[in-house]
Design a protein around this ligand. Structure first.
Ligand code: SPV
Ligand code: MN
Length: 628
């Protein structure tokens, strides 16, 4: 019989084996050996985070044709299958043991059956390929927040992307002292055709919550293949909710107030709803744009960015609206462009770039000229709507100095935002933590976008922008959030924002820039510098404060008419929303915290009273006058 060591040495050679052995962890060795044997790669490369090893992976991505050098030094392009351009919700499942109920929102599959299925698919899947083994630290290393993650993948593009997005964890793994406290990821892009995954019918993204292991097969799109992103987030949500901390789909940023004051915010937004652009507003500083680990440290809420790079949507990134990202994407330096068009001169193009369209190029479809149609006769855009750029945060000019602080940053405000065309005002503060968690976070709805496969523009329930990623019952998650704030001695304020409010005629009531004002207002509120108007659903800004902020921040004359239209309290719409939300929760099978229904009921009562008194829409000026 071949021993574990013999098998590994045979596949990876002495040098790689020594690197793996040096971690001093038999769980790592067992796991790698199991999947080396099953997936049967031609060779195995173990990365020890040295610049030499990292460079080797980048080189292999080019040699294998998974990335192509383009335009400027450091830039590469990568393509996914035309039908593999977003997170695949239908084939993303939790493997759940019989008898365990995680509720109706969680896509579950029988664990034994799922494991059998995916292991059959994995058999010999890496034949003739090179397997990459990488260790990462989710969150800054050497911190109470950090979590170790082990990635096996046959895609050098995935291994390279993770290098940009996550902190190396080779040394951190040694500090585990042999423990099995790490997340595990096995990814294979499967057989390729023209460089893209061929067997999409065997695309699987299965998460085994019992073993903290994720299997991802026959897919390349980053959201499905980069295990450390949303897949690790799902494992971390389970881990956090079994304890007393939080894993959230949240940005972390510093808002800069008067006299050099910095107030840190976290913010949850569904994908493609302004999260990344909020994280990097001009004049403010960014810590992270997607995932946060949050803990109570001596009574304060503190957060770290789980990542160290951005896998951002490129559509509409242009010189005027996103000067900071634009600069990174148009100057030499490391950047991977996925599913954009590369013109004949090697320059990348995308929807909303704001530069002239080239006459010809190659994109996620293949050869492209304007007017190209796919087999179904559908016009192929110059780039996919979910085309992305992958860059290290360190390349941005506005990275916060505390971005890698192992202690995280103290959070002054939590923001919940969704894509809502007709119900909530652009910015509002909740009455307190519990009211905020329930009526801002747990009632969040958003209209669907291109970030997941399926129809766009459908309003769906998406509590805390995290519904898709929850790995625990709704009740457990909400209770943990409620309790988290209760234990803080100085809880942050909780806000809602809505960048997508429209007039009755269907026109956006705000510009993209206006969020720069909302963040300043929230910063002032947290520090007690401005007053507010009480509505049935929270506190909204006063006109003179916004008028001043629009002038100071955007040099804009903000009119009373604009303010009134934007901040009209739409009682009928808000009540209809409560009906929809209550229905969702009444149908849930998990044990929901009592605060959920009491907060919703109290909100309903306030709204009904206001509706009786003022009607379906209330001007903020009317509310203000009556409060005097
Ligand atoms: C998102 O869609 O929320 C992302 C990218 O951040 S993905 O990796 O696809 O989740
Ligand atoms: Mn995200």
């Amino acid at each position: 019989m071949v021993t574990r060591e013999e098998l590994l040495v045979k596949k990876m050679g002495d040098k790689n084996f020594k690197k793996l052995e040096a971690l001093g962890n038999t769980h790592v060795l067992d796991f790698v050996a199991k999947y080396v044997e099953l997936c049967n790669p031609g060779s195995v490369f173990v990365c020890d985070d040295s610049s030499e090893d990292v460079e080797y992976i980048k080189k292999r991505a080019i040699e294998r044709g998974e990335e192509k050098k383009i335009g400027l030094p450091g830039q590469t392009a990568h393509f996914d299958n035309y039908c593999d351009q977003a997170r695949d919700k239908d084939n993303t499942c939790y493997l759940i043991r019989k008898g365990l109920d995680l509720g109706p929102h969680i896509n579950g599959k029988d664990r034994d059956e799922g494991l059998r299925d995916v292991h059959e698919i994995l058999k010999d899947i890496m034949k003739g390929c090179e397997l990459y083994v990488r260790c990462f630290s989710l969150g800054p290393p050497n911190s109470i927040f950090s979590q170790c993650a082990l990635q096996l993948t046959d895609s050098p593009y995935v291994a390279h992307s993770e290098d940009i997005l996550y902190r190396g964890g080779y040394e951190q793994f040694k500090k585990l002292n042999g423990s099995n406290e790490f997340f595990r990821f096995v990814h294979s892009q499967g057989e390729l055709i023209n460089g893209v995954s061929k067997n999409l019918d065997k695309r699987r993204i299965f998460m085994d919550l019992e073993d903290d292991t994720v299997y991802s097969t026959n897919t390349q799109y980053g959201g499905n293949s980069i295990g450390l992103k949303k897949l690790a987030m799902r494992l971390a949500i389970q881990k956090a909710n079994k304890s007393d901390w939080l894993t959230e789909h949240m940005l972390v940023m510093g808002a800069h107030g008067p006299n050099g004051r910095v107030t840190y915010f976290t913010g949850a937004f569904p994908s493609a709803c302004g999260k990344t652009s909020t994280a990097m507003l001009p004049g403010e500083t960014i810590i992270g744009d997607d995932i946060a680990y949050i803990r109570n440290v001596n009574g304060r809420m503190r957060a770290v960015n789980v990542e160290k790079g951005i896998f951002g949507i490129i559509q509409d990134v242009n010189a005027k609206d996103d000067p900071l990202i634009w600069k990174v994407l148009t100057t030499p330096g490391e950047a991977i462009f996925s599913n954009v068009l590369i013109d004949d001169g090697g320059t990348p193009h995308w929807l909303g770039k704001g530069t002239p369209e080239p006459p010809h190029g190659v994109n996620h479809f293949g050869e492209w000229t304007p007017g190209t149609k796919d087999e179904k006769g559908k016009a192929v855009d110059i780039s996919n709507k979910n085309a992305r750029y992958t860059i290290p945060l360190s390349r941005l000019e506005n990275t916060d100095p505390k971005a890698d602080d192992p202690e995280g940053v103290p959070i002054g405000g939590v923001i919940y935002g969704g894509r809502d065309s007709d119900t909530s005002v652009p910015v509002e503060q909740s009455f307190n933590w519990v009211h905020g968690i329930i009526t801002k976070g747990a009632t969040l709805e958003s209209e669907t976008t291109s970030a997941t496969l399926g129809k766009e523009g459908v309003r769906i329930f998406n509590l805390m922008s995290n519904l898709e990623f929850l790995s625990v019952p709704l009740g457990v998650y909400i209770r943990n959030n409620v309790e988290f704030g209760r234990k803080l001695t100085d809880p942050p304020l909780v806000f809602s924002v809505n960048y997508f409010l429209k007039s009755r005629e269907g026109k956006y009531l705000n510009t993209m820039d206006d969020k720069r004002v909302w963040i300043k207002w929230m910063e002032l509120r947290r520090n007690g510098d401005v007053e507010a108007i009480k509505t049935p659903t929270g506190y909204i800004p006063k006109y003179p404060d916004l008028k001043k902020l629009f002038k100071d921040v955007l040099s804009k004359d903000y009119t009373e008419k604009e303010y009134e239209e934007q901040f009209t309290v739409r009682t009928a719409k808000l009540l209809a929303k409560l009906d929809r939300i209550e229905k969702v929760y009444r149908a849930d099978t998990s044990e929901l915290p009592p605060e959920l229904f009491s907060e919703l009921e109290a909100q309903r009562k306030r709204l009904q009273e206001a509706q009786q008194k003022y009607g379906d829409e209330i001007s903020p000026f009317t509310l203000e006058k009556d409060q005097k």
